[in-house]
Design a protein around this ligand. Sequence first.
Ligand SMILES: *[C@@H]1O[C@H](CO)[C@@H](O)[C@H](O)[C@H]1NC(C)=O
Ligand SMILES: [Cu+2]
Length: 128
Amino acid sequence: MAGFELNQAVVMIVMVAYMQFHTTVAKNTHVVGGPAGWTIPASGSHIYSSWAATKTFNVGDDLVFNFPTGKHTVAEVPLQGYDQCNTTDRARIYKTGPATITLTKSGTRHYICTFHCKMGQKLSVNVK
Ligand SMILES: *[C@@H]1O[C@H](CO)[C@@H](O)[C@H](O)[C@H]1NC(C)=O
Ligand SMILES: [Cu+2]
């Protein structure tokens, strides 16, 4: 009987550890734009909106922007800056590629390349 209870206790401990692993460590890495990376899109920013539409972004996930340092940047900007390619109110700028950005809070986040935003190099993600 004691052995049976011990087995149950072990099973419980393993289950709790498994659940904690999945709630605290589960984090996804999203490579922006897939294999094409962070670049001037051949046919406009819909390439990045289409890419984002296929993903679910959660707090704690990472965005990886793959680009050669000096060729592009990643600036986090408010909606107005995203729409108008205006970097005045940018929150942060990343000039070294690849740039990994952790999504630390929920809501919509906007990223633009300060060189090529007007050519459609911009990304908006909705973080759950
Ligand atoms: C860019 O944004 C700033 C701050 O919101 C604003 O003052 C400025 O007029 C904007 N510039 C352009 C060209 O829209
Ligand atoms: Cu660029």
